[in-house]
Design a protein around this ligand. Structure first.
Ligand code: AP5
Ligand code: MG
Length: 222
């Protein structure tokens, strides 16, 4: 299975990608996590990336495609869930080209559509683990011990791009770029719309049903 998740910042792409990967034994490839890891390296590339992501702007297509192409090519034998890539039409076209060349086309693109009113609350309470990158919410998905990661005991942190002013830029950028991407996947009959406004469990139930009804877990489609 090769899936991609689309959706505005805070839609739950990372949260649901983790559940899908656990349930169907897939790899989670998050473009945001890859960029944040590069940023922490403090390399010249990391410094360049920081300027974009800490201000809520997309990194240039060429750079993003290059990072994802290396990752996908190395892992192509395994099924995966792309979280946050593609995000522009030219990224989607590049992805289609690379997967066609590898004879491993995308299987489904899940579009997490969310009522904008619920997004603010999700951002305000988000915390992440700096070590394993697990995502929590202080009220809606709290860790077992406040501010501590369930998996490795690390102290949870707030993402620098979760500042309200940066969140506004991220949401605006999303709305400016999403229409051609949705049209691209709708025209290829790959797009599956999911209402992601409910609880984490409700959204997961909708995605799981949809994947199972398409034959996920069935050997023929792996
Ligand atoms: P990225 O890290 O992908 O950020 P994003 O798209 O803004 O999405 P988020 O990670 O903020 O939200 P999410 O949908 O994963 O939600 P989550 O599961 O965390 O990208 C960061 C930056 O990198 C971009 O701004 C850009 O600069 C750059 N970048 C990345 N990809 C790029 C690309 N392809 N091209 C160019 N630049 C790129 O959930 C959010 C919170 O809500 C959590 O606290 C969670 O616990 C909670 N939650 C989740 N689901 C629910 C629910 N159903 N009910 C209640 N709470 C929920
Ligand atoms: Mg995410």
């Amino acid at each position: 299975m090769r899936l991609a998740l689309l959706g505005p910042p805070g839609a739950g792409k990372g949260t649901q990608a983790s559940r899908i990967c656990e349930a169907f034994d897939l790899l989670h490839l998050s473009s945001g996590d890859l960029l944040r890891a590069e940023k922490l390296n403090n390399s010249p590339l990391g410094k360049k990336i920081r300027e974009y992501i800490d201000n809520g702007r997309f990194v240039p297509d060429e750079l993003m495609i290059n990072i994802m192409q290396n990752k996908i090519t190395a892992l192509i034998r395994q099924g995966f869930v792309l979280d946050g890539f593609p995000r522009t039409l030219s990224q989607a076209e590049a992805l289609a080209k690379m997967l066609t060349a590898l004879q491993r086309p995308l299987w489904l693109v899940v579009n997490l559509a969310v009522d904008p009113a619920v997004l603010t609350r999700r951002f305000e309470g988000r915390r992440i683990c700096p070590v394993c990158l697990s995502v929590y919410h202080i009220e809606l998905m709290p860790p077992m011990v406040a501010d501590v990661c369930d998996h490795d005991g690390a102290r949870l942190v707030i993402r620098p791009d979760d500042l309200p002013s940066v969140v506004r830029t991220r949401i605006q950028t999303y709305h400016q770029t999403i229409a051609p991407l949705l049209a691209f996947y709708r025209s290829g009959a790959l797009l599956c719309d999911i209402d992601a406004s409910g609880s984490v469990d409700q959204v997961w139930g909708l995605i799981k049903n949809r994947l199972e009804s398409c034959g996920a877990g069935n050997e023929r489609l792996q």
